[in-house]
Design a protein around this ligand. Structure first.
Ligand code: P6P
Length: 337
């Protein structure tokens, strides 16, 4: 029987990856499938967000008499609900929850993984129809199997990640994830309700012509960062400039574009926020893991993001991430050897 293998769904792909490791249990494949399921449910609500005013704005009661939740709370509940009822995850650390969410049931306590996430990054852009995203990071737990997961499972350095990814709810909805074997992108086909492999083995171009930064904070950046940014704007023998400035204000969209086309994204520390705005565990680490697997680099201005030893669940970090050559050019400014 001639089975059309041209289009590979996310589930088929993860199972194929599983076949390459006969000793694998399939828990990671099932966890990624759960993430895909929750993403599809979030996608439905994000796509009609513009209609929420008609159906009742967040905090009000809609025509069905249901409490309309803020979309990031809705997204958070969807991911936690699906993961709690799966068999692969012992608990979740989320931007929406002050503390870790420990599932603490017999099946979950025997699960191999924990997940960190920003369930809906850039949600402030929803009401102006700008792309937003979910970011996730997966670790093998270090606490004793059979017992509830602990905070130590979540405070591992980014170089211990087993997998990481994002979902971008944009002109199309894509799930992009990385393991150490590579970065692959899946586009949601609404006609069959499946994420289908559309961008296999994504490589970040070693250089590019795009730089992404919030110029509104320019005079709060350290001098070396300001000098680099000036170099991006100048046709300067010491830099690759002039570059094109692209900054959407939704990091998943900015980083995705730079991953695909080449470029550099910066959220530096400022005089009033030396640690910057972005969260290390569920924003910087997963994106740094993905970009490095694709051939790029990511630092906090002093060290490789993935080598930072976390101390708090919601700690912030400056972030410089992107094409290898552009990052190495930046490093000649911010930490010249
Ligand atoms: P600013 C969205 O709130 C976010 O966390 C990232 O997605 C985005 O890159 C950044 O903040 C934008 O922050 O301060 O430039 O508006």
């Amino acid at each position: 029987m001639n089975i059309n293998r041209r289009i590979q769904t996310l589930d088929e792909f993860t199972i194929q990856q599983l076949r390459a490791f006969p000793q694998a249990t399939g828990e990671l494949s099932m966890l990624l499938r759960d993430i895909g399921l929750a993403s599809k449910r979030v996608n439905v609500e994000v796509n009609k967000a513009g209609l929420v005013d008609i159906l009742g704005d967040a905090g009000s009661v809609n025509v069905q008499g249901e409490d309309v939740k803020k979309l990031d709370v809705f997204a958070n509940n969807q991911f936690i609900g699906v993961l709690k009822h799966g068999i692969s995850c012992a608990g979740v650390g989320s931007e929406e929850n002050d503390d870790i969410v420990v599932f603490d049931d017999e099946v979950s306590n025997n699960s191999k993984y924990v997940m960190l996430m920003d369930p809906l990054d850039g949600s402030g852009n929803i009401d102006v129809n700008v792309s937003i995203g979910t970011i996730f990071s997966i670790y093998r737990r270090v606490s004793e199997r059979g017992k509830p997961c602990t905070i130590e499972d979540f405070l591992q350095p980014g170089n211990k990640q087993v997998a990481a990814g994002y979902v971008i709810y944009g002109s199309s909805t894509m799930l992009v994830y990385a393991t150490k074997r590579g970065v692959n992108g899946f586009t949601l086909d609404p006609s069959i309700g499946e994420f289908c492999l559309s961008h296999a083995d994504i490589q970040c171009p070693p250089t590019g012509k795009i730089y992404s930064v919030n110029h509104g904070n320019f005079f709060q950046y350290q001098d070396e960062v300001r000098k680099y940014i000036n170099g991006c704007q100048a046709k300067d023998k010491n830099s690759g400039g002039p570059y094109t400035q692209r900054y959407i204000g939704s990091m998943v969209a900015d980083v995705h574009r730079n991953l695909m086309k080449g470029g550099i994204f910066m959220y530096p520390g400022t005089t009033d926020k030396p640690k910057g705005k972005l969260r290390l565990l569920y924003e910087c680490n997963p994106l740094a893991f993905m970009v490095e697997v694709a051939g790029g680099k990511a630092t906090n201005g002093q060290q490789r993001i993935l080598d930072v030893q976390p101390t708090e669940l919601h700690q912030r970090s400056p972030l410089f991430i992107g094409s290898k050559d552009m990052m190495e050019e930046l490093e000649t400014f911010i930490n010249p050897s």
